[in-house]
Design a protein around this ligand. Sequence first.
Ligand SMILES: Nc1ncnc2c1ncn2[C@@H]1O[C@H](COP(=O)(O)OP(=O)(O)O)[C@@H](O)[C@H]1O
Ligand SMILES: [Mg+2]
Length: 320
Amino acid sequence: MSEVLVAAEGLARHYRLRGGRTLRALDGIDLGIGPRATLGLVGESGSGKSTLGRTLVGLQPPTLGRVRFEGRDAGATDPATLRRLRQQRQIIFQDPSGALNPRMTVGDTIVEHLRVQGWSRPEARARAAAVIERAGLQADFLPRYPHEISGGQRQRVVIARAISTDPAFIVADEPVSALDVSTRAQIMNLLRDLQAERGLTMLFISHDLSVVAHMCRDVAVMYLGRIVELAPRAALFRAPRHPYTAALLAAIPLLDPVRERARARTRLKGEPPDPSAVPRGCRFHPRCPRATDICLAVDPPTRALDPGHRFACHHPLDPA
Ligand SMILES: Nc1ncnc2c1ncn2[C@@H]1O[C@H](COP(=O)(O)OP(=O)(O)O)[C@@H](O)[C@H]1O
Ligand SMILES: [Mg+2]
Protein backbone atom coordinates (compact mmCIF):
# COMPACT_ATOMS: atom_id res chain seq x y z
CA MET A 1 0.00 0.00 0.00
CA SER A 2 1.31 3.46 -0.83
CA GLU A 3 0.56 6.49 1.30
CA VAL A 4 -1.91 5.97 4.14
CA LEU A 5 -3.25 8.56 6.58
CA VAL A 6 -5.56 6.38 8.67
CA ALA A 7 -5.19 2.65 9.05
CA ALA A 8 -6.91 -0.15 10.93
CA GLU A 9 -4.83 -3.23 11.63
CA GLY A 10 -6.58 -6.35 12.84
CA LEU A 11 -9.07 -4.09 14.56
CA ALA A 12 -11.63 -5.74 16.84
CA ARG A 13 -14.15 -4.34 19.27
CA HIS A 14 -16.01 -6.68 21.57
CA TYR A 15 -18.85 -5.90 23.95
CA ARG A 16 -19.54 -8.14 26.91
CA LEU A 17 -23.26 -8.86 27.15
CA ARG A 18 -25.26 -9.86 30.19
CA GLY A 19 -25.03 -13.61 30.65
CA GLY A 20 -21.38 -13.54 29.63
CA ARG A 21 -21.81 -13.70 25.87
CA THR A 22 -19.53 -11.61 23.71
CA LEU A 23 -20.78 -9.41 20.90
CA ARG A 24 -18.17 -8.87 18.21
CA ALA A 25 -19.10 -5.50 16.73
CA LEU A 26 -15.74 -5.36 14.91
CA ASP A 27 -14.19 -8.71 14.13
CA GLY A 28 -10.88 -8.13 12.33
CA ILE A 29 -10.82 -4.98 10.22
CA ASP A 30 -7.84 -4.15 8.00
CA LEU A 31 -8.08 -0.89 6.16
CA GLY A 32 -5.98 1.99 4.91
CA ILE A 33 -7.32 5.36 3.84
CA GLY A 34 -4.96 7.56 1.84
CA PRO A 35 -4.62 11.32 2.31
CA ARG A 36 -7.50 13.28 0.70
CA ALA A 37 -9.31 10.03 -0.10
CA THR A 38 -13.04 9.51 0.44
CA LEU A 39 -14.06 6.04 1.53
CA GLY A 40 -17.72 5.09 1.75
CA LEU A 41 -18.76 2.50 4.31
CA VAL A 42 -22.04 0.67 3.80
CA GLY A 43 -23.81 -2.26 5.43
CA GLU A 44 -27.01 -3.09 7.23
CA SER A 45 -27.83 -1.66 10.62
CA GLY A 46 -25.82 -3.46 13.29
CA SER A 47 -22.93 -4.40 10.99
CA GLY A 48 -20.49 -2.28 13.04
CA LYS A 49 -20.16 0.87 10.93
CA SER A 50 -20.53 3.35 13.80
CA THR A 51 -18.26 1.29 16.03
CA LEU A 52 -15.57 1.40 13.33
CA GLY A 53 -16.03 5.17 12.90
CA ARG A 54 -15.80 5.84 16.64
CA THR A 55 -12.75 3.61 16.99
CA LEU A 56 -10.93 5.26 14.06
CA VAL A 57 -11.31 8.73 15.61
CA GLY A 58 -10.31 7.48 19.06
CA LEU A 59 -13.64 7.88 20.86
CA GLN A 60 -13.28 4.30 22.04
CA PRO A 61 -10.31 1.95 22.24
CA PRO A 62 -10.15 -1.26 20.23
CA THR A 63 -10.31 -4.60 22.03
CA LEU A 64 -7.68 -6.01 19.70
CA GLY A 65 -5.48 -4.58 16.96
CA ARG A 66 -4.62 -0.96 16.44
CA VAL A 67 -5.45 2.28 14.69
CA ARG A 68 -2.60 4.10 13.01
CA PHE A 69 -2.64 7.77 12.16
CA GLU A 70 0.13 9.11 9.93
CA GLY A 71 1.88 5.79 10.48
CA ARG A 72 1.96 6.01 14.27
CA ASP A 73 -0.02 3.94 16.75
CA ALA A 74 -2.91 6.19 17.80
CA GLY A 75 -3.48 4.26 21.01
CA ALA A 76 -0.41 4.56 23.16
CA THR A 77 0.66 8.19 23.22
CA ASP A 78 1.75 11.09 25.38
CA PRO A 79 -0.61 14.02 26.21
CA ALA A 80 0.76 16.36 23.51
CA THR A 81 0.31 13.74 20.78
CA LEU A 82 -3.12 12.85 22.13
CA ARG A 83 -4.25 16.46 21.85
CA ARG A 84 -2.97 16.67 18.30
CA LEU A 85 -4.73 13.43 17.42
CA ARG A 86 -7.96 14.83 18.84
CA GLN A 87 -7.69 17.92 16.67
CA GLN A 88 -6.79 15.90 13.60
CA ARG A 89 -9.66 13.40 13.84
CA GLN A 90 -13.27 14.57 14.05
CA ILE A 91 -16.65 12.89 13.76
CA ILE A 92 -20.05 14.10 12.58
CA PHE A 93 -22.98 12.12 13.94
CA GLN A 94 -26.34 11.31 12.44
CA ASP A 95 -28.42 13.31 14.90
CA PRO A 96 -27.25 16.92 15.23
CA SER A 97 -29.66 17.56 18.12
CA GLY A 98 -28.01 14.91 20.25
CA ALA A 99 -24.57 16.20 19.29
CA LEU A 100 -25.23 19.74 20.54
CA ASN A 101 -25.66 20.91 24.12
CA PRO A 102 -29.16 22.47 24.25
CA ARG A 103 -28.05 25.00 26.86
CA MET A 104 -25.13 26.35 24.84
CA THR A 105 -25.31 28.89 22.05
CA VAL A 106 -23.94 27.97 18.64
CA GLY A 107 -20.97 30.27 19.20
CA ASP A 108 -20.14 28.92 22.68
CA THR A 109 -20.40 25.34 21.39
CA ILE A 110 -17.63 25.97 18.86
CA VAL A 111 -15.59 28.21 21.18
CA GLU A 112 -15.66 25.58 23.96
CA HIS A 113 -14.62 22.86 21.53
CA LEU A 114 -11.58 24.94 20.57
CA ARG A 115 -10.79 26.04 24.15
CA VAL A 116 -10.53 22.40 25.25
CA GLN A 117 -8.00 21.89 22.45
CA GLY A 118 -5.90 24.79 23.69
CA TRP A 119 -7.02 27.80 21.66
CA SER A 120 -7.18 31.17 23.44
CA ARG A 121 -10.62 32.75 23.80
CA PRO A 122 -10.07 35.54 21.22
CA GLU A 123 -8.63 33.05 18.71
CA ALA A 124 -11.50 30.65 19.33
CA ARG A 125 -14.11 33.41 18.83
CA ALA A 126 -12.56 34.53 15.55
CA ARG A 127 -12.36 30.97 14.34
CA ALA A 128 -15.96 30.21 15.33
CA ALA A 129 -17.17 33.16 13.26
CA ALA A 130 -15.11 32.02 10.27
CA VAL A 131 -16.20 28.36 10.31
CA ILE A 132 -19.88 29.12 10.92
CA GLU A 133 -19.83 31.24 7.78
CA ARG A 134 -17.98 28.57 5.84
CA ALA A 135 -20.69 26.10 6.88
CA GLY A 136 -23.25 28.36 5.23
CA LEU A 137 -24.66 30.25 8.22
CA GLN A 138 -24.38 33.96 8.93
CA ALA A 139 -22.58 35.31 12.00
CA ASP A 140 -25.94 36.18 13.60
CA PHE A 141 -26.39 32.45 14.24
CA LEU A 142 -23.62 32.53 16.85
CA PRO A 143 -25.80 33.76 19.77
CA ARG A 144 -28.67 31.35 18.96
CA TYR A 145 -29.53 28.12 20.76
CA PRO A 146 -29.96 24.75 19.02
CA HIS A 147 -33.76 24.75 19.53
CA GLU A 148 -34.01 28.07 17.70
CA ILE A 149 -32.65 26.71 14.43
CA SER A 150 -33.66 23.98 11.97
CA GLY A 151 -32.27 20.44 11.76
CA GLY A 152 -30.25 21.26 8.66
CA GLN A 153 -28.83 24.35 10.35
CA ARG A 154 -27.95 22.29 13.42
CA GLN A 155 -26.02 19.86 11.24
CA ARG A 156 -24.19 22.85 9.71
CA VAL A 157 -23.19 23.86 13.25
CA VAL A 158 -21.91 20.34 13.94
CA ILE A 159 -19.94 20.46 10.68
CA ALA A 160 -18.55 23.92 11.55
CA ARG A 161 -17.41 22.61 14.91
CA ALA A 162 -15.79 19.57 13.27
CA ILE A 163 -13.74 21.66 10.82
CA SER A 164 -12.85 24.31 13.43
CA THR A 165 -9.73 22.43 14.57
CA ASP A 166 -8.51 22.00 10.97
CA PRO A 167 -8.70 18.21 11.06
CA ALA A 168 -7.10 15.98 8.45
CA PHE A 169 -9.63 13.17 8.91
CA ILE A 170 -13.40 13.32 9.35
CA VAL A 171 -15.82 10.47 9.93
CA ALA A 172 -19.31 11.40 8.75
CA ASP A 173 -21.63 8.83 10.33
CA GLU A 174 -24.94 8.91 8.43
CA PRO A 175 -24.75 12.72 8.42
CA VAL A 176 -27.98 13.25 6.49
CA SER A 177 -30.10 10.30 7.62
CA ALA A 178 -31.91 12.30 10.31
CA LEU A 179 -32.57 15.31 8.04
CA ASP A 180 -35.60 15.90 5.87
CA VAL A 181 -35.17 15.10 2.21
CA SER A 182 -35.08 18.72 1.07
CA THR A 183 -31.97 19.57 3.10
CA ARG A 184 -30.04 16.35 2.48
CA ALA A 185 -28.53 17.40 -0.86
CA GLN A 186 -27.40 20.74 0.57
CA ILE A 187 -25.56 19.11 3.46
CA MET A 188 -24.02 16.51 1.14
CA ASN A 189 -22.80 19.27 -1.18
CA LEU A 190 -21.35 21.18 1.76
CA LEU A 191 -19.44 18.09 2.89
CA ARG A 192 -18.20 17.42 -0.62
CA ASP A 193 -17.03 21.04 -1.09
CA LEU A 194 -15.26 21.04 2.28
CA GLN A 195 -13.59 17.74 1.47
CA ALA A 196 -12.23 19.11 -1.80
CA GLU A 197 -11.19 22.56 -0.62
CA ARG A 198 -9.53 21.36 2.60
CA GLY A 199 -8.08 18.16 1.24
CA LEU A 200 -9.90 16.20 3.92
CA THR A 201 -9.67 12.46 4.25
CA MET A 202 -13.19 11.19 4.88
CA LEU A 203 -14.93 8.04 5.96
CA PHE A 204 -18.51 8.48 4.89
CA ILE A 205 -20.88 6.02 6.57
CA SER A 206 -24.32 5.20 5.24
CA HIS A 207 -26.70 2.27 5.16
CA ASP A 208 -27.57 3.46 1.64
CA LEU A 209 -25.24 2.63 -1.26
CA SER A 210 -26.72 5.29 -3.51
CA VAL A 211 -25.81 8.00 -0.97
CA VAL A 212 -22.13 7.06 -0.75
CA ALA A 213 -21.95 6.77 -4.53
CA HIS A 214 -22.24 10.56 -4.75
CA MET A 215 -19.50 11.23 -2.27
CA CYS A 216 -16.88 8.54 -2.39
CA ARG A 217 -14.12 7.31 -4.67
CA ASP A 218 -13.93 3.93 -2.95
CA VAL A 219 -16.58 1.93 -1.15
CA ALA A 220 -16.22 -0.67 1.60
CA VAL A 221 -19.04 -3.11 2.35
CA MET A 222 -19.35 -4.30 5.92
CA TYR A 223 -21.08 -7.42 7.19
CA LEU A 224 -21.08 -8.59 10.82
CA GLY A 225 -17.95 -6.73 11.84
CA ARG A 226 -15.88 -7.46 8.73
CA ILE A 227 -15.21 -5.71 5.46
CA VAL A 228 -16.40 -8.27 2.92
CA GLU A 229 -15.65 -6.20 -0.19
CA LEU A 230 -13.77 -3.00 -0.94
CA ALA A 231 -13.41 -1.47 -4.38
CA PRO A 232 -13.35 1.72 -6.38
CA ARG A 233 -16.94 2.96 -6.67
CA ALA A 234 -17.27 2.25 -10.41
CA ALA A 235 -15.98 -1.31 -10.11
CA LEU A 236 -18.18 -2.04 -7.12
CA PHE A 237 -21.31 -0.88 -8.92
CA ARG A 238 -20.45 -2.42 -12.29
CA ALA A 239 -18.98 -5.72 -11.16
CA PRO A 240 -19.51 -6.58 -7.49
CA ARG A 241 -17.74 -9.81 -6.55
CA HIS A 242 -19.33 -10.54 -3.16
CA PRO A 243 -22.92 -11.87 -3.20
CA TYR A 244 -23.77 -9.57 -0.29
CA THR A 245 -22.69 -6.49 -2.26
CA ALA A 246 -24.75 -7.74 -5.20
CA ALA A 247 -27.78 -8.08 -2.92
CA LEU A 248 -27.32 -4.54 -1.57
CA LEU A 249 -27.08 -3.20 -5.13
CA ALA A 250 -30.19 -5.09 -6.14
CA ALA A 251 -32.08 -3.44 -3.29
CA ILE A 252 -31.54 0.09 -4.66
CA PRO A 253 -34.79 1.13 -6.33
CA LEU A 254 -34.44 2.03 -10.02
CA LEU A 255 -35.71 5.45 -11.10
CA ASP A 256 -37.38 4.01 -14.18
CA PRO A 257 -40.69 2.46 -13.00
CA VAL A 258 -40.93 0.11 -15.99
CA ARG A 259 -37.49 -1.33 -15.45
CA GLU A 260 -38.13 -1.39 -11.72
CA ARG A 261 -41.25 -3.58 -12.16
CA ALA A 262 -39.52 -5.85 -14.65
CA ARG A 263 -36.58 -6.47 -12.37
CA ALA A 264 -36.37 -9.64 -10.36
CA ARG A 265 -35.57 -8.52 -6.85
CA THR A 266 -32.91 -10.71 -5.30
CA ARG A 267 -34.03 -10.43 -1.74
CA LEU A 268 -31.73 -11.32 1.11
CA LYS A 269 -33.06 -14.46 2.71
CA GLY A 270 -32.78 -15.57 6.29
CA GLU A 271 -32.52 -13.84 9.63
CA PRO A 272 -30.98 -10.40 9.99
CA PRO A 273 -27.41 -10.84 11.23
CA ASP A 274 -26.70 -11.04 14.96
CA PRO A 275 -23.15 -10.04 15.99
CA SER A 276 -23.44 -11.98 19.25
CA ALA A 277 -23.79 -15.20 17.22
CA VAL A 278 -21.50 -14.89 14.20
CA PRO A 279 -21.94 -17.97 11.98
CA ARG A 280 -19.06 -20.43 11.55
CA GLY A 281 -17.24 -20.49 8.23
CA CYS A 282 -18.28 -17.61 6.03
CA ARG A 283 -20.35 -15.29 8.21
CA PHE A 284 -22.67 -14.58 5.28
CA HIS A 285 -23.40 -18.23 4.42
CA PRO A 286 -26.86 -18.53 6.07
CA ARG A 287 -28.17 -15.85 3.70
CA CYS A 288 -26.04 -16.57 0.65
CA PRO A 289 -27.56 -18.02 -2.55
CA ARG A 290 -24.13 -19.37 -3.59
CA ALA A 291 -23.15 -21.11 -0.34
CA THR A 292 -21.68 -24.64 -0.52
CA ASP A 293 -20.05 -26.96 2.03
CA ILE A 294 -16.79 -25.03 2.16
CA CYS A 295 -18.70 -21.85 3.12
CA LEU A 296 -20.17 -23.61 6.17
CA ALA A 297 -16.72 -24.68 7.36
CA VAL A 298 -14.06 -22.22 6.24
CA ASP A 299 -13.92 -18.48 6.86
CA PRO A 300 -12.95 -17.13 3.42
CA PRO A 301 -9.68 -15.20 3.27
CA THR A 302 -9.64 -11.75 1.69
CA ARG A 303 -8.41 -11.81 -1.90
CA ALA A 304 -7.33 -8.94 -4.13
CA LEU A 305 -7.47 -9.75 -7.83
CA ASP A 306 -7.47 -6.26 -9.32
CA PRO A 307 -5.52 -3.55 -7.54
CA GLY A 308 -7.76 -1.79 -5.04
CA HIS A 309 -10.52 -4.39 -5.29
CA ARG A 310 -10.65 -7.01 -2.57
CA PHE A 311 -13.29 -9.38 -1.31
CA ALA A 312 -13.74 -12.33 1.01
CA CYS A 313 -15.78 -15.03 -0.72
CA HIS A 314 -15.28 -18.66 -1.78
CA HIS A 315 -17.60 -18.29 -4.77
CA PRO A 316 -17.33 -14.72 -6.02
CA LEU A 317 -19.51 -13.45 -8.83
CA ASP A 318 -17.99 -13.28 -12.27
CA PRO A 319 -16.75 -9.77 -13.13
CA ALA A 320 -18.45 -10.09 -16.54
N1 LIG B 1 -21.96 0.08 23.85
C1 LIG B 1 -22.42 -1.06 23.32
N2 LIG B 1 -22.71 -2.12 24.09
C2 LIG B 1 -23.16 -3.28 23.57
N3 LIG B 1 -23.38 -3.47 22.25
C3 LIG B 1 -23.11 -2.45 21.43
C4 LIG B 1 -22.63 -1.19 21.91
N4 LIG B 1 -22.46 -0.36 20.83
C5 LIG B 1 -22.82 -1.08 19.75
N5 LIG B 1 -23.22 -2.32 20.09
C6 LIG B 1 -23.66 -3.38 19.20
O1 LIG B 1 -22.65 -3.56 18.21
C7 LIG B 1 -23.23 -3.87 16.95
C8 LIG B 1 -22.75 -2.88 15.92
O2 LIG B 1 -23.30 -1.61 16.22
P1 LIG B 1 -23.01 -0.32 15.36
O3 LIG B 1 -21.54 -0.14 15.24
O4 LIG B 1 -23.79 0.79 15.94
O5 LIG B 1 -23.60 -0.76 13.93
P2 LIG B 1 -24.12 0.14 12.71
O6 LIG B 1 -23.58 1.53 12.89
O7 LIG B 1 -23.59 -0.55 11.49
O8 LIG B 1 -25.61 0.09 12.76
C9 LIG B 1 -24.74 -3.85 17.17
O9 LIG B 1 -25.19 -5.17 17.37
C10 LIG B 1 -24.91 -3.03 18.42
O10 LIG B 1 -26.06 -3.41 19.12
MG1 LIG C 1 -24.53 3.38 12.97
